[in-house]
Design a protein around this ligand. Structure first.
Ligand code: ATP
Length: 334
């Protein structure tokens, strides 16, 4: 039976990169059926709801979604759609790999890092956020749990083992945030003991940022809490050529939603110059998740070769091509 994928094209550059990516997936002959569903600004316009029930139902049924970036309107009491999706489907691990690719003008070679970011708790959720009436004091609660820390760290070590990686670095700020970051570190250390075959390192988040930009080859798999993972994964994208090359997967027990790290890029939306590779590399993660490794490797190879030969690539990689020409160049190498 063919796999059905829920597809959310998204806002801003979303529809442009999604249609290019689906063309590439069709050329790869994956046998997927696509169920297009709405979320974000389109859904708000058409259905008066940023996240219609029909969309949630489709994701629940198909268990796999490929998603473009979504814009949450500022103000008006809207909660982030991305955060809501992660919470509703308990997508506890956000997996963000970056790999150096020949042909990009990035500062380093040989970078190969996966950031595993806890996705359901911590400061990023801004729980119980309050602004005082006089506007002078703001507060929000940061909650870290044993369960959240345990399952994301276990996911990172299992991923390392499954993909023959040698090291996992626990990134924290337990020296200052002694309770919240301290609990994450304590629990992660306990989990690490179950994986004696994998080296476990610990690093404070600020030092991690410095070392990443000085010596990124020190890192292999990083596991960390939500907000630190958000920042570190963008930093890592910068090490390999920017957000146009940074994919991501949100993994839960029942459902997985695949989305690039970047946002809706309103500054370039509608110009057809967005790089489709972050979403295509996200599709590579989706293919691996669906145990279609042969297709995943073929797609990854075609992307890598297209960039190495700088064939019809987009302006963010200093090329003269556009979204569609980039996709065509990848298709010609499949
Ligand atoms: P968000 O808050 O959703 O992360 P943002 O505006 O902070 O949104 P992005 O939308 O990711 O961040 O954009 C950051 C910068 O990266 C912008 O200048 C944008 O044009 C660029 N960018 C993002 N994605 C791509 C892409 N696929 N191709 C080319 N440039 C991109």
């Amino acid at each position: 039976m063919s796999q059905t994928i829920s597809v959310i094209s998204g806002d801003g550059i979303g529809p442009e990169i999604m249609s290019a990516s689906i063309r590439v997936l069709d050329a790869l002959d994956c046998g997927f059926t696509y169920e297009y569903v709405e979320a974000g600004l389109n859904a708000l316009d058409q259905h008066g709801d940023l996240l219609p029930e029909a969309t949630l139902e489709s994701i629940r049924r198909n268990r796999v979604a490929l998603k473009g970036p979504l814009t949450t309107p500022v103000g008006m009491g809207f909660r982030s759609i991305n955060v809501t999706l992660r919470e509703l489907f308990d997508l506890y691990a956000n997996v963000r790999p970056v790999v150096s690719m020949p042909g990009t003008h990035s500062r380093f070679d040989g970078v190969d890092i996966i950031t595993v970011r806890e996705n359901t708790e911590g400061a990023y959720l801004a729980a119980d956020a309050l602004l005082s009436e006089d506007g002078n004091t703001a507060e929000s609660k940061m909650v870290i749990t044993r369960k959240g820390s345990e399952r994301v760290t276990r996911y990172a070590f299992e991923l390392a083992r499954r993909t023959s990686r040698r090291k996992v670095t626990l990134v924290h700020k337990a020296n200052i945030l002694k309770t919240v970051s301290g609990l994450f570190l304590d629990v992660s250390r306990e989990v690490a003991k179950d994986y004696p075959d994998i080296e476990c390192a610990e690093m404070i988040v600020d030092a991690t940022c410095m070392k990443l930009v000085m010596d990124p080859q020190l890192f292999d798999v990083i596991v960390t809490t939500n907000l630190f993972g958000d920042i570190i994964s963008d930093l890592c994208a910068g090490l390999v050529g920017g957000l146009g090359l940074a994919p991501g997967a949100n993994i839960g027990k029942e459902v997985a939603i695949f989305e690039a790290v970047h946002g809706s890029a309103p500054d370039i939306a509608g110009r057809k110059i967005a790089n489709p590779c972050a979403l295509l590399l996200t599709a590579v993660q989706m293919l691996s998740h669906l145990e279609m490794q042969e297709q995943a490797d073929r797609l990854h190879g075609a992307i890598t070769n297209t960039i190495a030969e700088r064939d019809r690539i987009t302006p963010d990689l200093a090329g003269n091509g556009n979204t569609d020409s980039f996709a065509d160049a990848i298709i010609s190498r499949l």
